[in-house]
Design a binder for this molecule. Structure first.
Ligand SMILES: [Zn+2]
Length: 1052
């Protein structure tokens, strides 16, 4: 996202910008005239002797497992690297373009190059131009990263252009790097989404280019901090290295001084299996100042005509080599990597290549006069290969790169929460996509047609993971485009769900009536509000039995009967919807109550249908009405289930204690807000809080009301299934504290917004939980992309010396699943789970806080150029969300929060069918329960993926959801048998692949690295299991491609 003069001032961290480098906003360039430089591609290719050997490349055949591999030796990959010179400092020039999949403009506006008034950026021209220029000189190299763009371009090309591109790829001249659908954000993304979006790009590359299209290097040059889980995912996807640009300014300074800009990242408890070579770019991803040879820039070309008054070769080469000298002083080997490109550069690639050709020529000519530098066209892969050839022991990194402070007052921790409604939409989309892929597989098994197109959702979700998408750092118009795409994906997934039920449920051939969907996030459902009889289909995408409390909006005043799949009446309870939820902007519903019942033992990867009937005359056994408790002054408010008792202090109106299984925990929870700093961004200490940056004005968060009563209790409801206390803080903050029978956690269901800003103060709203676990003392634990757990320490960093300058925002970390504190002896632990990405911290012992919403009035000057002042329905954005509070002892905590986190992420999918049939008729015509797998998987195993592939095979991923030592029993290695897992089918082949599904595991040979500071061994070097048994180490993920054949003997 680095763009424009003022932004690049902040971006150029390795070197102070000369101010002349890039100036996209004032670009004076015009599109190149391609016609004048058009060359005969065939002639150029044939005269290049170095190409003659390469003709064999590009021949591909499908191997078993449906993965395309090259059939003969090729010259792509490491073989295609130019030779380096021993005894010289080898300067690897890496031509690249950074193409944001949406930011200031939408994806399509960037692709086609429209709206030049916002940004002069057109990706189609970049690819056109680069492909042409690469043909002009076989020495040249280019890397391309974002498959969302490449794919759009590829589909528009004719066969002859595609042939040219295939040749360039098979010769290693055009190389795919990273290769996901986008360059995903690392803080606000869920690991399932990262795996999905990477796999989407990788599988298309494999299908199109075979092994030569397989990226070897990860390239996260722009994301705002880097996660350990992301590094782990790359290691498991077979990558040999990772490069990025952004890390904390102090970390970078120290690494440059110590020459530790390159390291081995130990990304998991799996030992060397999870090692990933990692390099930090010297200058973010920009070229050396003064050497941006782009139509967007105004730097001087290299002029080598001695007769010209403009002749400048000597001066330019000297400047360039001086820069190389400075850079080499920060790195440990005789190789340095220079990023020759920037945001949307190479729309006229000739400008770059013509000047770099000259730079290389004239710089290398100086070698005869004693120059120590050898310049070459290169790629990140070739650079990594060179470093791997240096027999050296690399420093080991074990923590992550959060938070990212670009200077003493600019902590990029605001975007952990920015655009909370969109972040929720993405998380919901993720859950839906997983269910949708499973259902698509089921349709394929049964030979039924899927009326929906799962690819629409896959691509929309792929784009949404971009580092200016789910991060919330795009312009308002762009987030609307992302939402529109996601909505299209949702509609397609709903068609898939309808097809699925249509194929699975009818018994006697009578078609199923239309399946409908509801907006349950705003408690709105046309079917349940208006129908006398309806069926609720509840789909569980977890490979385990799940009990789920279902809440269905209904008009008030009636009574309901709920029948389970066998026709037994199940307990149900009617409970009022809070006035704040009823008043949610955009809600068009007459529902005033929700009908609550427990759907028990939802089958693994399957569904149950419940039959609901309205009984206006209250003739039959009906749903329980919640009791509204009388509020007595001086008396605490108490709600109790069989497991949990919640007490709310009558004076403060706040939670004061939670008793779980007889153990009382003193715990308070409250909403507060930080005032956002309004600066002019002229210097570091005048930085505003904005879309990227969290910078409160002072360290104190303010209460909603400055009285003894922090919140007013408006209602207390009791009943057999669910109990609630309704809190009102202010007209813009309210909350329901909720407990369910049989459950041990407390649910906090909040509504925040519109955040008032008429006082000209932007506000960043937090929920703060205060416990008596004071001994936690600034140590807390946060998840990494919803998966691993990392230990955090207040005002400290594990791998560098840190100077606290922003006491609040410098201690914020991204939370995608869980945040907890515990006492050192493990007697007490408080864990909060989230339903979307948020920023969080523990600023003093015993305290947890999570930022739920933010509305700001200034831009923070990192490029988006809009204040984060979201509106919807003609007012400030209103957001509804949930936190889940678990209080337990330390040893049993993981066994509680791990499964709950899975259930929050993979909430069952609800759909509705209005009907006039009686239950008996319904059940005669339609199945009321079914499941896709024959049995549930072990407690510590998640079926992460089940999807069908274009070649008729299926891809599955199994993961161990516990880490080493988290739980006495559940952290043990586990074996899963796939035998007869899919009823009616026999598995005819199962081949293990790397995590992306784009290479067979047995063919994967990653480069080996050495690190002296660690004795880490592989947890295992190879898998000893024999199919159909799959064994999993803690936190391990294994991926298989299965071929299934119908086996009537197994049919049930
Ligand atoms: Zn970017």
């Amino acid at each position: 996202m680095c763009q424009g003069v003022s932004q690049c001032h902040f971006c150029n961290e390795g070197e102070k910008s000369t101010g002349s480098s890039s100036s996209s906003s004032s670009s004076r360039g015009t599109m190149s005239n391609k016609e004048t430089r058009k060359m005969d591609r065939l002639v150029v290719a044939s005269i290049s002797s170095s190409l003659m050997l390469l003709v064999v490349a590009g021949l591909v055949h499908p191997s078993s497992g449906g993965i395309t591999t090259t059939s003969r030796s090729t010259s792509c990959g490491y073989q295609s690297c130019h030779a380096t010179k021993p005894g010289f400092i080898n300067v690897h020039l890496v031509p690249h373009t950074h193409d944001d999949v949406g930011w200031l403009k939408t994806v399509d506006q960037y692709y086609y190059g429209s709206r030049t008034g916002i940004q002069k950026a057109g990706v189609q021209y970049i690819l056109d131009s680069v492909v042409e220029e690469l043909q002009a000189n076989p020495e040249r190299r280019f890397i391309y990263v974002e498959m969302a763009f490449f794919w759009q371009w590829w589909e528009e090309q004719d066969e002859s252009t595609r042939d040219v591109v295939r040749d360039l790829v098979s010769q290693g001249r055009l190389e795919f790097i990273n290769g996901g659908w986008c360059m995903n954000d690392e803080a606000t993304t869920h690991y399932v989404d990262i795996i999905d979006q990477m796999s989407l790009g990788l599988s298309l590359l494999n299908d199109t280019f075979g092994e030569c299209g397989r990226p070897r290097i990860a390239w996260q040059i722009d994301p705002f901090g880097h996660s350990r889980e992301q590094a782990f995912i790359f290691s498991q996807m077979g990558y040999d290295g990772l490069f990025f640009g952004r890390l904390d300014h102090e970390d970078k300074k120290q690494r440059m001084a110590a020459k530790t800009m390159e390291m081995v990242w130990s990304s998991s408890s799996l030992g060397q299996t999870g090692w990933l070579f990692t390099g930090v770019n010297y200058n973010l991803y920009q070229p050396p100042p003064g050497f941006c040879f782009d139509i967007l820039c105004s730097d001087s070309p290299v002029i080598d005509n001695p007769k010209s008054k403009e002749y400048n070769v000597d001066q330019r080469v000297t400047e360039f080599l001086n820069y190389c000298q400075r850079q080499s002083e920060a790195y440990a080997t005789d190789h340095i990597l220079l990023t020759m490109g920037g945001d949307f550069t190479y729309q006229d690639a000739n400008v770059w290549y013509k000047n770099m050709d000259k730079l290389i020529k004239y710089a290398n000519e100086r070698q005869t006069n004693g120059s120590r530098f050898n310049l070459l066209y290169s790629t990140p892969s070739c650079y990594v290969k060179s470093l791997n050839g240096v027999k050296k022991s690399w420093p080991l990194k074990t923590d992550d790169f959060f938070p990212y402070g670009s200077d003493a007052h600019s902590y990029w921790t605001g975007y952990f929460t920015s655009r909370p409604a969109f972040k929720y939409m993405v998380r919901q989309g993720s859950n839906l996509l997983q269910a949708c892929k499973q259902m698509d597989s089921a349709l394929s098994w049964s030979g039924s047609t899927n009326q929906g197109d799962v690819n629409v959702m896959k691509r929309a979700m792929g784009i949404a993971q971009h580092h200016d998408a789910v991060s919330g750092t795009e312009k308002q118009a762009v987030v609307q485009d992302y939402q529109g795409r996601l909505h299209e994906g949702v509609v397609e997934c709903q068609k898939t769900q309808a097809s699925y039920y249509q194929s699975q449920l009818p018994i006697l051939g009578r078609p199923l009536p239309d399946v409908k969907f509801c907006q349950l996030n705003v408690s709105q459902c046309d079917v349940s509000e208006t129908s006398g009889r309806f069926v609720v289909n509840i789909y569980n995408s977890l490979a385990r039995h799940v009990d789920k409390y279902v809440r269905i909006p209904v008009a008030g005043g009636d009574s309901y009967q709920v029948l389970d799949p066998d026709g037994k009446v199940v307990d149900s309870q009617l409970i009022p919807i809070s006035p704040q939820v009823q008043a949610l902007p955009g809600r068009t519903s007459s529902a005033t109550e929700e009908l609550v019942f427990l759907a028990t033992q939802l089958p693994p990867i399957g569904s149950k249908s419940y039959y609901v009937e309205r009984d206006s005359k209250h003739r039959r056994r009906h749903s329980f009405k919640s009791k509204s408790q009388r509020l007595v002054p001086g008396e605490d408010h108490i709600i109790t289930t069989d497991k949990v008792k919640v007490r709310v202090d009558w004076t403060t109106g706040l939670l004061s204690s939670v008793t779980v299984n007889g153990e009382e925990y003193f715990v308070q929870q409250e909403f507060l807000w930080y005032p956002g700093y309004n600066g002019d961004n002229e210097s570091a200490d005048r930085r505003s809080s904005g879309a990227y940056i969290f910078r409160p004005n002072g360290s104190d968060a303010f209460p909603m009301r400055r009285t003894m009563t922090a919140a007013i209790i408006t209602a207390v409801y009791t009943g057999p299934l669910v109990q609630e206390i309704h809190q009102f803080y202010d007209t813009w903050v309210s909350q329901v504290i909720r407990i369910y029978r049989g459950q041990e956690h407390v649910e906090l269901d909040w509504v925040v917004g519109p955040v008032p800003v008429s006082d000209k103060i932007g506000k960043e709203v937090i929920s703060r939980v205060t416990t008596t676990i004071l001994q936690s003392d600034g140590t807390f634990y946060t998840d990494s992309n919803g998966r691993q757990t990392l230990r955090r320490e207040l005002d400290a960093r594990e791998s560098y010396t840190y100077t606290p300058t922003e006491p609040v925002s410098g201690n914020y970390y991204p939370i995608n699943s869980h945040l907890f504190i515990r006492d050192p002896v493990g007697e007490q632990q408080a864990t909060v789970l989230v339903d979307r990405s948020q920023g969080g911290s523990s600023l003093i012992g015993g305290l947890i806080e999570l930022m739920v919403h933010r509305r700001l009035l200034r831009d923070d000057s990192f490029g988006v150029d809009e204040p984060l002042d979201e509106t919807a329905f003609q007012q400030g954005l209103v957001v509804r969300g949930s936190h889940y509070l678990i209080l337990s002892d330390g040893p049993s905590s993981a066994g509680r929060y791990r499964p709950l986190a899975q259930q929050i992420y993979k909430q069952p999918q609800l759909s509705f069918i209005p009907t006039t049939l009686t239950f008996a008729d319904w059940r005669r015509l339609y199945k009321t329960q079914q499941q896709l797998i024959s049995r549930e998987l072990p407690e510590n195993v998640n079926l992460l993926t089940l999807e069908n592939r274009s070649d008729g095979s299926y891809l599955i991923r199994l993961e161990h959801i516990y880490d080493v030592g988290e739980d006495k029993v559940l952290s043990e290695p586990v074996t899963v048998s796939l035998q007869d897992l899919f009823p009616g089918f026999a598995i005819t082949s199962a081949e293990e692949t790397i995590l992306g599904g784009n290479q067979l595991k047995k063919d994967s040979q990653r480069l080996v690295w050495h690190s002296s500071s660690d004795k880490q061994k592989n947890v295992r070097s190879s898998h000893s299991d024999e199919f159909p048994d799959v064994d999993l180490q803690p936190m391990e993920i294994r991926t298989f491609i299965l071929n299934l054949v119908r086996d009537n003997r197994l049919d049930k």
